[in-house]
Design a protein around this ligand. Structure first.
Ligand SMILES: Nc1nc2c(ncn2[C@@H]2O[C@H](COP(=O)(O)OP(=O)(O)OP(=O)(O)O)[C@@H](O)[C@H]2O)c(=O)[nH]1
Length: 220
């Protein structure tokens, strides 16, 4: 008899580290607080360094714990925030719809993340782009939805959404979308690993299987 078995357990990483990046004042802390506690602070203080909160989310009957890292957007806190990028599963690049310069800075944020998180293969990393403060008036808006979509296309990012931490519009959806994006990236990675390493050929003798990279997974 001959066959191939995928040894990777499903939902192997139920704890997902989500890092929120973007210029100071775009609403990162407010987004996190709206998502975690359904609360909005009109007079939110600048974050110093990083803060994190956990929140469970259910998608397709699977439960995930999001560990959400809110970082300080001001340049002077760079050395305090960058050590926390490593080990991230999802990166939320955030700008404010009424602040064009925060939109222009997304390149800088993306590059800073890739560098300090030490991501080699950036094309498959689950970035999601969030345009916050969608409650502002048309007159105050400085970034159109088309500009957002164009930037994402140019940067190979498939997930983007406009939110308002103030009126709660799309905040739950943004985090859900982020996890769904992560799931798609994971399943692509699983398929690749299935092909190259994460499989056991049952036609092999048991001694050969023990020496393969996945053999230990059956005992753990
Ligand atoms: N109109 C509007 N204001 C918002 C929204 N989200 C946040 N704000 C306001 O924007 C300001 C900055 O919000 P923060 O959440 O502290 O911004 P931040 O990105 O965490 O800033 P740093 O900690 O400096 O990086 C606060 O006065 C908030 O009340 C929103 O969706 N709409």
């Amino acid at each position: 008899m001959s066959g191939r078995v995928n040894m990777r357990p499903t939902n192997k990483n139920a704890l997902l580290k989500v890092v929120i990046l973007g210029d100071g004042g775009v609403g990162k802390s407010c987004l996190m607080n709206r998502f975690v506690s359904n609360h909005f602070d009109e007079h939110s203080f600048h974050t110093i360094g990083v803060e994190f909160l956990n929140k469970d989310i259910e998608i397709d009957n699977e439960s995930y714990t999001l560990q959400i890292w809110d970082t300080a957007g001001q340049e002077r806190f760079k050395t305090l925030r960058t050590p926390f990028y490593r080990g991230s599963d999802i990166c939320m690049l955030t700008y404010a719809i009424d602040d064009k310069s925060s939109f222009r800075n997304m390149n800088m944020w993306k590059n800073e993340f890739l560098y300090y998180a030490d991501i080699k293969e950036n094309s498959s990393f689950p970035f999601i782009v969030v345009g916050n403060k969608s409650d502002v008036s048309i007159e105050e808006r400085e970034v159109s939805q088309l500009e957002l979509e164009t930037w994402c296309n140019e940067n190979g990012i498939a997930s983007c959404i406009e939110t308002s931490a103030k009126n709660a519009s799309n905040v739950q959806e943004a985090f859900k979308m982020a996890v769904q994006h992560w799931l798609r990236a994971e399943s692509r990675a699983d398929r690749t690993e299935c092909t190259y390493s994460d499989t056991v050929d049952l036609s092999k003798k048991q001694s050969d299987v023990r020496n393969s990279c996945c053999a230990g997974a059956t005992d753990d």
